[in-house]
Design a protein around this ligand. Structure first.
Ligand SMILES: [Zn+2]
Length: 175
């Protein structure tokens, strides 16, 4: 959540030498509070892209000239995204996808596991624990809502190390 995945994705996008018209950038449409065609990082970086609500909506965006496809927050798409990505890869399109491994209950998030198996290269980024500042691989939800996707509530999540994630979860279970 705060590990800088989108920042890294945007960095790779900016480093690319592929013509801008031969690249696609997409992100799941979870809410419409933001300008629909912009992908923003926490650090303030921004690139233009499409917000799509389903993996299938990627197809009409793919042109014969498409060479690269950047997907942010890939964990929120249905498993069908794996089909779409696989198909793009078979057609020689380089796919760069950023996503969160695990949800706030430490379960595999969406299709991330399948996606990691499909990947030819993986870059892991981690955040700092909100409690002790050590490396954090867990997402802790400070809000009690049982919905997996809490839209527009970035303050409802924080990065935590294993110790402080477990501490928080066990304190919650005692309530
Ligand atoms: Zn910690």
């Amino acid at each position: 959540m705060f590990a800088g995945k989108t920042t890294r994705l945007i960095g790779l996008y900016n480093e690319s030498t592929v013509d801008i018209n031969e690249r696609i950038v997409v992100k799941p449409l979870l809410d419409n509070r933001y300008q629909a065609n912009k992908i923003n990082s926490h650090g303030g970086l921004q690139i233009l892209g499409h917000r799509i609500s389903k993996a299938e909506e990627l197809y009409p965006l793919i042109q014969p000239s498409t060479k690269e496809c950047y997907i942010d927050e890939v964990q929120f798409f249905t498993p069908y995204i794996i089909e779409v990505i696989g198909e793009m890869m078979m057609n020689g399109i380089r796919v760069i996808a950023a996503g969160l491994d695990r949800d706030y209950l430490n379960r595999d998030f969406g299709s991330m596991k399948a996606l990691k198996n499909l990947a030819t290269e993986r870059i892991e980024v981690s955040a700092k624990c909100n409690v002790c500042q050590q490396e954090a691989h867990y997402t802790y939800r400070t809000n009690e809502s049982p919905d997996l996707v809490l839209v527009g509530h970035n303050d409802a999540y924080e990065a935590r190390c294993e110790t402080h994630w477990k501490e928080g979860m066990s304190a919650r279970n005692q309530v």
